[in-house]
Design a protein around this ligand. Structure first.
Ligand code: ADP
Ligand code: MG
Length: 814
């Protein structure tokens, strides 16, 4: 434990001007006027005073109050980030989302009339940072990786952790690590070390729920002060629905059309759960606009609805009105200007929401919960809230993921409603009943660290030499079991090893990062993927491996027909596929192309044989895409996601750069085109996949049942054939999206993920030869026995995983 005393900065801190050398700035006139209206601007003095007097300050303010755009400007104006001031280091601001990092950097540069290198951003693929950078927006992952090479963050004078209320894993970890970094910087400063400067930490939250940060003694022994920015929120009338209809997408469209037809001007913001719904909604919009036939532009109605005080209305006012009036009236002449907003939408398109709609048109934004707190859309008067959000759930005991649409928290619902009251009194239409809200909505949603895999963060922490992860000051500590599990996986991958120093209590020996682990931590990728990169430099395989891990981290680029996608929403938040119009053609083509062998058709020579791996299949489509010069055309012909292909391309280039930088001996060169791998390379690639997923191997169940089965030959395809997978007590099945799913079922497979939909499915499959496993397993804690002969003449292999023995039943060797 350490104590953080309140830091008095002597003379500089006293008086009305707590900073010595402010920087002069020159804002455009319109910006100057607009910012005066932001609630946070009148709080500049108390905020800056708190920052100058305390190492850590928490700022709470409603979304749209000006935190993200203004606090960096306060700091800049006070001299932070100015090389000639007392606080020359950069102002760093973290964002959980890439979009927000880019758009906020642009906005602040514009407001300060500075260049994009003075106010820059850095995200995974892209950066505008230079030596003249004063303010740097970045994703939280970027700052975490910087900590590994410079734990003191010596380039920064202040770090702002934005959107802390979202409680993303990275944000939580950053707050924990930074609580130590500011302490170290303070000690060095007190000791008078040459060049030592204080580091300040600002935590910004859109909600008042900050007790996990301020009341957590292991994090901050002296509770940091909280500055509350008074809300300048107009009243928002909440309308619950009488019933909760399951078809909220249709309901949302209808409601939007009604509002448009009947209610005074003002933007409409619709919250749906994911991009698929959003594109569907927009397609349906043309059709549903006919609903305006029933429209009503009644002045009494407007008076009724317009400026009501804040109160909650039971029942659906629209329905009441329908019943009361029950008449058709004139149609609204004004068009709707419908704009989608979701995280993977290209940023130019995202910026559309900030542009005023065409003259006379009503802005309708259809968004995921990205619009809940991080982006404030101007001019919204009506909010339609479906009450649901898509969440990834992860079961730490067996790694099974589910993508579920679930009710949001009460806190989220009120955030969503609040979006309607930014510019004037507004209305929020909740497409669910108040009974449901009261009985089923949690007060707050759980921090991400309690519901996601944490191998990645554990590796990052170990790489910062935080070895005793259980003692780390987490704002909310993860489950102990989850931590152990993460350490186990990292140990299997060879990233961690128990230290050899003798210790009295064996259990207390903490594992430490290995050389391999250090290498792995250099890549902005999950540990399994970086394991493949770190190990895969033989047989000229590197370009393929770079492409494969890029594909795996971007996600499956293929689109699937409905039947396969059903109940499985891993393709959520993908991209605009509206260019695929004809449904039947779409489904048929998808089915045909699912088995297509891309390399063969492109190169007419060496082939991958029949695909025995989903990732090799994806590799081939990336090869073909680049060979043909890319483009939307290719994607619509081959049913792959354009945006995924573009991201894969970028990530390949970026990983190649990292390889060149840290491993010049690999002579990694980026060439977008890939020639088909030869037979040996294919084998090596599959072995690398097996090594990366060495603890995720499944075997066909009949092979484990010792009854002299005749193997796979009896099956024509793999549907409904149960498999046994390590660490999972239930039977698992091959996911229908896999290339392996309609051919004879293989004996052994490595799988990338497990999802529960109608069944427990394994996805991202690669067939493996069990004879590989014993040698691949050696480099990790996993050991496979040498094949041995049984009395009936069959060859057996017994895989064992670690001392705890995640055991797979003995199986027949090939
Ligand atoms: P907070 O971080 O407290 O949610 P912001 O600083 O993001 O608030 O937003 C303050 C104001 O700046 C909002 O009214 C928002 O609409 C406006 N704003 C933010 N980005 C842009 C932009 N790119 N263009 C125009 N206005 C913007
Ligand atoms: Mg913000």
């Amino acid at each position: 434990a350490f104590a953080l005393g309140v830091l008095k900065l002597g003379k500089a801190a006293s008086g009305s001007k707590p900073y010595a050398k402010p920087t002069t700035i020159n804002r455009p006139k319109d910006v100057e006027e607009a910012r005066l209206l932001l609630p946070i601007v009148s709080e500049e003095q108390p905020i800056m005073e708190a920052i100058m007097l305390n190492p850590v300050v928490v700022i709470c303010g409603e979304t749209g109050s000006g935190k993200t755009t203004q606090v960096p400007q306060f700091l800049y104006e006070a001299g932070f980030g100015n090389p000639d001031s007392e606080t020359p280091g950069m102002i760093g601001i973290t964002q959980p989302r890439r979009v927000a990092a880019i758009s906020m950097a642009n906005r602040v540069a514009h407001e300060l009339s500075l260049t994009s290198s003075q106010v820059s951003y850095q995200i995974r693929y892209d950066a505008t940072v230079s030596s003249s950078t004063s303010i740097k927006f970045m994703t939280d992952g970027v700052l975490l990786r910087e900590l590994a090479t410079d734990f003191l963050l010596s380039k920064y004078s202040v770090v702002v952790i934005d959107e802390a209320h979202e409680r993303s894993i990275n944000t939580d970890i950053l707050i924990g690590v930074l609580s130590r970094v500011i302490k170290l910087r303070e000690e060095m400063w007190k000791e008078g070390k040459a060049g030592a400067k204080l580091l300040r930490l600002i935590i910004m939250s859109a909600t008042l729920r900050v007790s996990d940060f301020v009341e957590n003694k292991s994090l901050f022994p002296t509770p940091p002060p909280i500055v509350n920015v008074p809300a300048r929120q107009h009243p928002v009338t909440i309308h619950f629905s009488r019933r909760t209809s399951p078809d909220y997408v249709t309901d949302a469209i209808k409601k939007a059309c009604k509002i448009h037809a009947r209610l005074p001007p003002g933007g409409i913001l619709i919250f749906l759960t994911g991009q698929n719904e959003i594109t569907a909604d927009i397609e349906a919009e043309d059709m549903e606009i006919d609903l305006q036939d029933q429209a009503q532009l009644d002045s009494d109605f407007n008076e009724n609805m317009g400026d009501a005080d804040e109160h909650v209305l039971e029942g659906d006012l629209d329905e009441d009105i329908d019943q009361e009036l029950g008449i058709d009236t004139e149609e609204s002449e004004v068009p709707m200007h419908v704009v989608p907003l979701y995280s993977l939408l290209p940023s130019e398109k995202q910026m559309e929401v900030f542009k005023p709609p065409p003259a006379n048109a009503r802005l309708v934004v259809v968004a995921t919960n990205i619009a809940e707190t991080s982006l404030t859309i101007p001019g919204i008067k009506y909010v339609i809230d479906c009450g649901r959000a898509k969440e990834r759930r992860y079961d730490v005991t067996n790694g099974i993921q589910t993508f579920q649409i679930d009710w949001i928290s009460k806190a989220s619902a009120s955030q969503r409603a609040g979006r309607a009251g930014r510019t004037g009194p507004g209305h929020c239409y909740r497409l669910y009943s108040s009974a449901l809200f009261e009985n089923y909505f949690q007060q707050f949603s759980a921090p991400e660290i309690l519901r996601a895999p944490i191998e990645g963060v554990v590796l990052q922490m170990k790489n910062m030499h935080i070895d005793t992860v259980v003692n780390f000051p987490f704002p909310t500590p993860p489950d102990r079991f989850a931590l152990q599990q993460a350490e186990k996986v990292l140990t299997h991958l060879g990233a961690l090893a128990k230290s050899t120093s003798p210790a009295s209590n064996r259990e207390m020996v903490d594992s430490q990062v290995t050389d391999l682990g250090r290498t792995m931590a250099l890549f902005p990728l999950p540990p399994r993927f970086s394991r493949m990169l770190a190990a895969g430099q033989h047989h000229q395989c590197l370009p393929y491996i770079i492409a494969m891990v890029s594909i795996m981290s971007v996600g499956d680029p293929f689109l699937y027909e409905e039947a396969i996608q059903e109940g499985d929403s891993t393709q959520e938040d993908s991209e605009d596929i509206s260019y695929l119009t004809n449904e039947t053609v779409k489904a048929k083509e998808m089915r045909r192309l699912r088995r297509k062998e891309y390399f063969q058709s492109q190169h007419r020579h060496a082939s991958l044989g029949n695909f025995t791996s989903d990732i090799l299949k994806a590799l081939s489509v990336v090869g073909a895409y680049e060979y043909q010069g890319g483009g939307v055309e290719f994607c619509s012909q081959h049913f792959v996601r354009f945006k995924a292909m573009e991201e894969i391309h970028k990530l390949r280039a970026q990983i190649t750069n990292i390889m060149r930088l840290y491993f010049p001996e690999t002579r990694a060169e980026f060439s977008a085109k890939l020639t088909p791998p030869n037979k040996i390379q294919v084998k090596v690639l599959k072995q690398l996949v097996a090594a990366a997923f060495i603890d995720q191997i499944a075997v066909r169940k009949d092979l484990t049942e010792h009854k002299g089965s005749s193997g796979g030959a009896q099956y024509s395809n793999s549907h409904s054939i149960p498999y046994r997978a390590m660490g999972i007590s239930e039977d698992v099945f091959l996911h229908p999206s896999s290339v392996l799913s309609d051919r004879p079922p293989p004996d052994y497979i490595a799988f990338q993920e497990v999802v529960r939909t109608s069944r427990v499915f394994v996805k991202g499959l690669t067939t493996v030869n069990p004879a590989w496993l014993s040698s691949l397993g050696k480099s990790t804690l996993c050991t496979y026995s040498k094949p041995f002969k049984r009395t009936d003449g069959t060859l057996m292999i017994t895989p064992r995983f670690g001392p705890e023995g995640w055991e797979l039943p003995a199986v027949k060797a090939e």
